[in-house]
Design a protein around this ligand. Structure first.
Ligand code: FES
Length: 615
């Protein structure tokens, strides 16, 4: 058969354990077949064949292994059927097993109970009006909207109440279904939705992270969270970090659009799931707040990306926005709005601003440091008695602490090693849920590094001691066996390689460099620091003493640490239904000096000096 004929032939690829399948042209990459089947496997390196995280087991006809597969998997693994989905071409009908430990988009992510709090608004944005307009009869031929508006006017005296034509069309149907007795939800003078009498409006606050979506459904009457969910961001199928996704979107216009559609659809699904969990109609959701870093915000809104992908890394726009939710494909109340707070600068977005608000870093006080450690670590330094009270930068720390770029890394979900210590010379690993270990997550790798330093398994330069029993070498690297294969959930050794240690060193050096640079620019010595605020789910779960031991956070005596959970998500809840918080967001944006680190020689020199662990 000629090559052209082979290419045009369609083949069937079935994935287990989901049973989902896709028809794709022969010679398609398995990653394309996965996407066609609706399975979004995280591609940490963006499918470049460098991370080895897209391992799948194949049975059927596939193309010869690529050089990247030979290097990352080795002959024995390939012989057993393991292949890299981003490298392997399907040549005939195939069965593909996605490891059960692999997460796919839609995988749920736990929301910490401490992040689910009642936040009462002091200046509500959405006001409820009890309405009972008289139904139309032949001697009262007013329009549906006309009679609703007149009732609202009589009840509230609101200046020129109104609704747009699409909202009016939907309200006309709903008013009849509710027999002309309902609660009307007003956003200023605009009617945005109605619900049964006695029902309060709902709001949805979203923290759109590069890795995780956290969403909270809030009763806007009481401020109580009625449902909360976390989901893996489906964009992980296009790269673990924002830079990889940005590059992918810039390479091909279509890829940018796909990323936009993916995230909008995921949020719409989340709205439905939250409403179902709370047993309410999603048409009661009148307001949504979304916070995220600049790349996430641009991808969500479908804004131009070119200017964000090259120095001086500027946003297309940075002001707060109110957009009709339906224009973004979100099916909520007919007139519902999405509010996006202002962006800070560069890659630092409204999630950071939201964290500042929730952690009160904008309130006057002593010198404090805020860290939201993630793929990009947002660093905030508060400068007392200054015209510019907040210095902010984004440190390129990489996705290491989210388990990516580590040979046995995984996200902080069931099976992840989250605590490590050494007892009688042997490592003891505790997983998040007490199950057999499947990999190691961010908090586990911090413990492991601190413990290995303490016991001389690595020295302060990060070099493994090859003379020790658990330190082994193979054709790829020298590594420390944390959990032997016979004790792990996957049957594979859980190891920490020399290159994993380098990844940790690079991440911590980037954060150190950002902190020192901001203090220097603010004219403050590090010793002025009185408090370190650790935000985000990772920042709230690692062992602070071990993080200090490896130099991830400053070891200033007298500086207390406060772990504040998902402060960005909490800030999004604060801004959901509160005028004051939205004004406060604008004030924070004006109080910030954003520092672009990449061009600063000071950052680069501190970065180089911080690669070693403290002695
Ligand atoms: S090696 Fe396939 S995604 Fe990285």
């Amino acid at each position: 058969m000629s090559d052209n004929k082979k290419k045009n032939m369609m083949i069937n690829v079935t994935f287990q354990p989901s049973g989902l399948s896709a028809e794709v042209p022969a010679a398609s990459l398995l990653t394309d077949a996965l996407t066609a089947a609706g399975i979004f496997l995280p591609l940490d390196c963006g499918g470049n064949g460098t991370c080895g995280r897209c391992r799948v087991m194949v049975s059927g006809r596939v193309a010869e292994p690529t050089a990247a597969e030979k290097h990352l998997l080795g002959h024995e693994q390939i012989h057993k059927g393991w292949r890299l989905a981003c490298q392997t071409k399907a040549m005939g009908d195939l069965q593909v097993r996605v490891p059960e430990t692999a997460e796919t988009a839609g995988s749920s992510w736990p929301i910490d109970e401490s992040d689910v709090r009642r936040i009462k608004s002091s200046a509500p944005l959405i006001v409820t009006v009890t309405c009972e307009p008289s139904p139309p009869v032949s001697d009262d031929p007013r329009s549906d909207l006309g009679r609703i508006i007149e009732t609202i006017l009589e009840q509230t005296g609101t200046d020129r109440p109104h609704a747009d034509h699409l909202t009016a069309a939907e309200l006309s149907r709903q008013a009849r279904l509710l027999n002309w007795r309902f609660n009307a939800f007003m956003r200023g003078s605009e009617l945005v939705g109605i619900a049964e009498p006695g029902q309060a409006p709902l709001g949805m606050a979203v923290d759109l992270g590069s890795t995780k979506l956290a969403a909270y459904l809030v009763d806007l009457g009481s401020g109580a969270v009625v449902a909360a969910r976390g989901r893996l961001n489906p964009q992980v199928a296009f790269g673990a970090d924002v830079v990889t996704r940005l590059q992918m979107a810039l390479r091909q216009k279509g890829d940018g659009n796909r990323l936009t559609v993916l995230i909008r659809e995921a949020l719409d699904r989340l709205a439905g799931e939250l409403a179902a969990e709370a047993g309410v109609l999603r048409s009661r959701i009148c307001e949504m707040t979304l916070v995220g870093n600049s790349v996430m915000a641009h991808l969500f809104l479908g804004l131009p990306l070119e200017q964000l992908g090259a120095p001086p890394f500027v946003a297309a726009l940075d002001q707060a926005m109110n957009i009709k939710a339906r224009e973004l494909g979100l099916c909520l109340a007919p007139g519902a709005y999405l509010y996006m707070p202002p962006l800070v600068g560069g890659f630092v977005g409204s999630d950071n601003l939201s964290m500042i608000m929730a952690a009160d870093l904008d309130r006057p006080g002593s010198c404090r440091l805020g860290l939201d450690i993630g793929t990009n670590t947002e660093v905030v330094v508060t400068v007392p008695d200054s015209q510019t009270p907040l210095f902010i930068a984004s440190a390129p720390s990489g996705p290491t602490f989210e388990g990516a770029h580590l040979s046995s890394g995984m996200r902080a979900v069931a099976g992840a090693v989250a605590r490590v210590f050494i007892q009688n010379g042997e490592p003891v690993c505790q997983t998040i849920d007490g199950s057999r270990p499947a990999g190691i997550c961010g908090s586990g790798i911090i413990d492991a590094m601190a413990t290995m330093l303490e016991h001389g398994i690595i020295n302060h330069r990060g070099h493994l001691n090859p003379a020790l029993p658990r330190v082994a070498a193979d054709s790829h690297s020298i590594h420390y066996v944390l959990v032997p294969g016979y004790q792990s959930a996957t049957g594979q050794d859980i190891v920490i390689t020399q290159s994993d240690i380098s990844q940790i060193q690079l991440a911590k050096a980037a954060i150190n460099g950002a902190v020192s640079t901001l203090f220097a620019l603010a004219g403050l010595p590090l010793s002025a620091l009185s408090e370190i605020v650790l935000a985000g789910s990772f920042g709230s779960h690692f062992d602070v003493a071990n993080a200090r031991r490896i130099g991830l956070i400053p070891g200033i005596s007298g500086a207390v640490c406060r772990q504040v959970g998902n402060a960005a998500g909490r800030g999004a809840q604060m801004m959901l239904n509160d005028h004051e918080s939205r004004y406060r967001a604008l004030d924070i944006q004006k109080s910030v000096r954003y520092v672009e680190l990449t061009s600063l020689s000071l950052f680069n020199s501190v970065f180089a000096r911080s690669l070693c662990f403290p002695e």
